[in-house]
Design a protein around this ligand. Sequence first.
Ligand code: BGC
Length: 384
Amino acid sequence: MNPKTFSYWTSSTLLISLASLSFVAAKSSSPTQTPPNPQITKNPYGQLADGTRIDSYTLKNKNGMAARIITYGAILTELWVPDRQGQFADVVLGFENLEGYLGESPYFGATIGRVANRIANGKFTLDGKEYTLATNNGPNSLHGGNQGFDKVVWEAEPLEVANGSAVKFNYLSPDGEEGYPGNLNTTVVYTLTDDNELKIEYTAETDQATPVNLTNHSYWNLDGSANILDHELRLAADHYTPVDETLIPTGEIAPVAGTPMDFTRPQTIGSRIDQLQGDPGGYDHNYVLTDKKPSMKLAARVRGPQSGRVMEVRTTEPGVQFYSGNFLDGTITGKYGQVYQKHAAFCLETQHFPDAVNHPNFPSIILRPGATYQSMSVYKFLTD
Ligand code: BGC
């Protein structure tokens, strides 16, 4: 039994015993007395220094898959997926406990907001007014600033859904937070469906015009292997947005054809990675999806050759950041005692394009009062 399988059974046993002691989440407002949903369990996860309690919600589906999400950062901390033999493993990187996430986390599993990726020099102008954000990544603002949505406490509520189990997270970001205008009321719903999909739906409303670009920052390794260089990737994207040395888009929308950026046909992640320039090297680029429709379409398909696990990513977003874990460098020890080396995992962050606020030729990320920001991404698991 590999260590991951072992810890799965250990943690499952723990979860089952905790579940029998703890409150089994159910909506009590239904007039017909809906029975508690045994697929959702809520457990205490930890405490912040000020005493705020952090909970975890575990969603299960009828095929034995399980997802665990915590109220800190609305972070996906575990996702258990079967391989071609039906063996479950946890396919996302993360920490053993809350302390890990409170430390130097490279956004493992986190909900990212108000604006995913970088804003050049932490500045943008909206309706004639210049806004200044915290610069937390060289000269730029990254992933919402010093205390982005990955570092706030979300309210959680289990939801009744027909084909699986779900939990809704809510966060009201106050006007001026991290330099952004407007009170932004944000919800994120995680659903684990009986079709082996993890669905993440985002909505947001504001009382002043503000940029919004939400995503999830899970780090995936479908094989539980040391690195993902042998994972086969297809990206449904024929263009990408080239970047400068601080990873800010130049504004160009360039074809991938004939370059190491081309994943329109399946290629292993490692096959051409050495041809990329830069330090630390590797993929860290926004891909422009070929299909421009604003509804759901395929963005990516990844296969772990050792396990046969396949993940398909569909989204309503126009882009996806493909990041090959370049900044992981062996300094983080995560779950199950694993030391995360360079390329230990990859991220596929569905999104509008980085620094869109400063590029009028990119699809706009401005949300205005009266409108509702809506975004959905579905990660479907199969074997091959
Ligand atoms: C960015 C990377 C960054 C990583 C973790 C990704 O979305 O594109 O440059 O290092 O997040 O912070």
